[in-house]
Design a protein around this ligand. Structure first.
Ligand code: NDP
Length: 393
């Protein structure tokens, strides 16, 4: 029996994880489940999976969650500190599936406590990968990637010393063939409709701007200990080849699989073993051909911003991530247009230059400064568009 805590149980990765847990009751047992605000879904999941604890980040939802779980014997708590406590509960694996930098404190707490982490929450690694990998090294915890590309690399990486480069594939998102002009009018509904993957809103928008691939390059840098020059991106619209490792002798090892997150999640949950999943099998003869193309950094400048942040060192990725979280939220609330997401991130990176974060408090400070600056650029974008509309109308 593996004892699991799932941070972000009510989300898309959380749902795929719990689907696998339900299919393998003899292998997995749930310790704690957490959510951000959705206390109803959290209560349902906690009862269905017989969790020992249910934790909600939003303190205002505590009373409702408590009432919903009265008489079940499930311990209920709320707030960011309670999330950290949940991550430290005795378990064999913590699945880190919270979206955004909010997932960093509990994920880091699990690693510090020596609990292995199956990581989907790439933003935590982007902000503080050096703290997370150092904590894992100190405590002996293992960091297992769930992100499909990193999980692919993890599966085919034999020895870091003999690697020439690794390549993360990208679907290219819903606007892969669109001109910048056409992208001007993109709506949130269009941006979250991913062509190959079914995911939460934030990562879907990140996939549409290609920021997701940029965040993943930074994630790969922390996970695999290679130099930024050894990390590449290749657009592969079918999302069947997830990652490739090229060795010094010219061999290239790739991992293929259907575009279903239950494959990499199952790998991380069962590692070092494997478990069966109900996913559709690849039929390469029916697929016929695999397509690849270069990423276009002019139409998708977010990727170039992330690459520059990675090349520039440890404090920039945290700023990049915070600005992107603010900009994506503003886009989803229809405060700024799609193309302004990368503008806000670029402006924030130009305005904020914190020192290298050495502690979680340093990361928090860089994150807060970047968020406040990005909010100002969101506001300025909003005001200037309003003024332009007023002048023309
Ligand atoms: P979702 O938006 O579907 O789910 C996010 C989860 O995080 C929910 O449980 C949500 O709770 C919780 N949450 C949100 N805000 C907070 C907060 N402030 N504090 C605590 N919990 C919070 O996201 P996904 O499942 O799509 O993605 C999760 C992570 O996994 C992201 O980092 C993403 O980049 C990564 N990932 C996702 C993939 C996918 O296929 N979806 C693939 C690869 C990586 P509530 O429901 O209450 O809001």
């Amino acid at each position: 029996m593996k004892r699991l805590t799932i941070l972000g149980a009510t989300g898309s990765v959380g749902a795929s994880t719990l689907d696998l847990v339900a299919r393998n009751p003899e292998r997995f047992e749930v310790v704690a489940l957490t959510a951000g605000r959705d206390w109803r879904r959290l209560a349902e999941l906690a009862v269905a999976h017989r969790a020992r604890a249910a934790v909600i980040a939003d303190e205002a939802a505590y009373a409702e969650l408590k009432a919903a779980l009265t008489g079940t014997g499930i311990a209920v708590s709320a707030g960011p500190a309670a999330l950290v406590e949940a991550a430290r509960m005795e378990a064999d694996l913590v699945v880190a599936a919270i979206v955004g930098a909010a997932g960093l404190p509990p994920t880091l707490a699990a690693l510090e406590a020596g609990i292995s982490v199956a990581l989907a929450n790439k933003e935590a690694l982007v902000c503080a990968g050096h703290l997370m990998t150092a904590a894992a090294a100190r405590s002996g915890a293992t960091l297992l990637p769930i992100d499909s590309e990193h999980n692919a690399i993890f599966q085919v990486l034999e020895s870091r010393e003999r690697v020439r480069r690794i390549v993360l594939t990208a679907s290219g998102g819903p606007f892969r063939c669109w001109s910048r002009e056409r992208m001007q009018g993109v709506t949130p509904a269009e941006a979250v409709k991913h062509p190959t993957w079914s995911m939460g809103a934030k990562i879907s928008v990140d996939s549409a701007t290609l920021m997701n691939k940029g965040l993943e390059l930074i994630e790969a840098w922390h996970l695999f200990g290679l130099s930024p020059e050894q990390l590449g991106v290749l657009v592969h619209p079918q999302s069947l080849v997830h990652g490739l490792v090229e060795y010094v002798d010219g061999s290239v090892l790739a991992q293929l699989g259907p575009a279903d997150m239950r494959v990499p999640i199952a790998h991380a949950l069962a590692w070092p073993e494997r478990i069966a999943t109900p996913v559709e099998r690849l039929n390469l003869a029916a697929i016929g051909r695999l397509e690849f193309e270069e990423a276009d950094r002019e139409r998708f400048p977010a990727l170039a911003l992330a690459e520059a942040a990675l090349a520039d060192g440890l404090c920039r990725p945290c700023v990049l991530n915070a600005a992107n979280e603010v900009a994506v939220a503003a886009f989803l609330e229809e405060k700024i247009p799609f193309l302004a997401i990368a503008d806000v991130v670029g402006e924030t990176l130009a305005a904020i230059r914190p020192r290298r974060p050495e502690t979680l408090a340093d990361v928090d400070a860089a994150d807060a400064a970047a968020r406040s600056s990005a909010q100002q650029f969101v506001y300025l974008n909003h005001v200037s568009r309003f003024a332009a509309q007023h002048a023309s109308g």
